[in-house]
Design a binder for this molecule. Structure first.
Ligand code: EPU
Length: 416
């Protein structure tokens, strides 16, 4: 089993390039099922969730080729719905996008419940209620979800009860081949939702957003296109927290500063210097002990739940500490016990964690999910002594070459 070894307390200097956004790449890969001919997707991150999504499509009959390390050509003209790798579907949340695309293209889909990071129950009721509103029938039986439509899906109106990234994207995917206008209300505004919209518009749809309302003018004939995926804002935030705990000065390249605009003032408030020379890069300098802060996770543009564990690690190293109130995934706290093994002073109550200023030392700790694992790497970088992070597989699901990137910034870190 691979582990990450970290010798803490090395300052970080240099430049790091952010990879493409995992949570855009996955739905866009599945969206290629909706189009005829080849899609050429650029800036695809090298992470295991992408690999597994491509494997699911290949096994269904798609032609998948890499043009270079980060560019993948996908043609799904010959796919069928008989050979869906249910084992992989059950391990990944993003496989829920098969529901939207197969329903749109084949009028039916039967899959096991999509899996994903293990931080509690992750229902798909919003997805199913949405599909029903455009004419699908959804049956849940023996661990499988079966969605069918007698006739074509109808255009119309979908009102989501809850703001959900996955349900919003699935509604867009399901209505993309429907001639006519579908209005989707109460949608998520995360950049990855817009990334999917821009890809589909390149392929022939006309999808517009007005705040939280998305209007889809679908088309029954979409054609493959070349498209470049947005950079990963969560990866960028993770490197900001790394320099926050180690001190130093780094340049973060290949980002969209607009995606970070609600978070950068928080880091500045805490005591970091952030300078942006252009829209695609920032320089982050952290020289003094930071002050603490209290945050609450919210849908975009609020504080992202996917940055919660990394931020908790950062708070351990601040004057004053702070708290994280988790409103999206109340089960996302398994990292708390691991930080305590390092000397972290944290107190969890219901869906909130209070973090006191702590003196962290190296320890053997377990990544319990993707972002928890990243948070533990952040904590280890600032801790005194050696740490070993187990269950590296979680981190590889969503961070491209985290160890290589950190070591190029001067961290003493390796996979063992
Ligand atoms: N929800 C429901 N019913 C549903 C769907 C969602 O009650 O049918 C609830 C969830 O339980 C949660 C809230 O709605 O409380 C929001 O969940 P959302 O649907 O937005 O999450 P998701 O689509 O399952 C994606 C990302 C997550 C990220 C969330 C929130 C992918 C593959 N996953 O999940 O990413 O945390 O949006 O931004 O895109 C990660 O990258 O580490 C990760 C977990």
């Amino acid at each position: 089993m691979e582990k990450i070894f970290v010798q803490g307390r090395e300052k970080l200097y240099g430049s790091v390039e952010i990879s493409g956004m995992k949570n855009s790449a996955l739905p866009i890969i599945f969206a290629s099922v909706l189009v005829k001919g080849e899609s050429i997707i650029e800036n695809v991150p090298i992470v295991s969730d992408v690999h597994n999504s491509l494997k699911i499509l290949s096994e269904m009959g798609a032609d998948v080729k890499y043009e270079d390390l980060h560019t993948v050509r996908i043609c799904t003209d010959n796919i069928g719905i008989e050979k869906i790798n249910m084992g992989l579907v059950s391990k990944m949340r993003a496989s829920s996008y098969l529901m939207g695309v197969l329903l749109a293209r084949f009028g039916k889909v039967r899959i096991v419940y999509p899996g994903g990071c293990n931080f509690g129950h992750r229902p798909i009721d919003e997805h199913l209620k949405g599909f029903s509103q455009i004419g699908a029938e959804c049956i849940e039986k023996n661990g499988f979800v079966e969605i069918t439509t007698n006739k074509k899906l109808k255009s119309g109106e979908i009102i989501l009860d809850k703001i959900s990234v996955g349900a919003t994207i699935n509604m867009i995917l399901a209505s993309a081949l429907t001639d006519g206008k579908t209005v989707i209300r109460n949608t998520a505004r995360e950049p990855h939702v817009d990334d999917v919209i821009y890809y589909l518009n390149r392929c022939g749809t006309n999808i517009k957003r007005h705040n939280d309302v998305i209007i889809v003018y679908g088309s029954s004939s979409l054609y493959g296109a070349r498209y470049r995926i947005f950079p990963d804002m969560i990866e960028a935030l993770t490197y900001i927290s790394c320099v926050g705990v180690t001190k130093g000065a780094i340049e973060i390249k290949n980002i969209r500063t607009s995606h970070l605009r609600s978070l950068l003032p928080l880091f500045e408030y805490m005591g970091m210097d952030i300078y942006s020379a252009n829209k695609k890069a920032i320089n982050v300098r952290s020289m003094i002990k930071l002050c603490g802060s209290h945050v609450r996770t919210m849908p975009y543009p609020g504080f992202p739940t996917d940055f919660h564990p990394q931020f908790s690690s950062l708070l351990c190293y601040t004057n004053g500490g702070g708290s994280v109130d988790e409103t999206i995934f109340p089960g996302r706290f398994a990292y708390v016990n691991e930080l305590k093994k390092m000397g972290g002073k944290l107190e969890k109550t219901d869906s909130k964690v209070f973090i006191m200023p702590s003196y962290l030392y190296g320890a053997e700790i377990d990544a319990t999910d993707l972002r928890a694992g990243a948070g533990l790497v952040v904590a280890s970088l600032g801790a005194e002594g050696e740490s070993t992070v187990n269950n590296v597989g979680y981190i590889l699901r969503g961070y491209e070459d985290m160890v290589g990137k950190l070591s190029s910034l001067g961290a003493i870190i390796k996979i063992i």
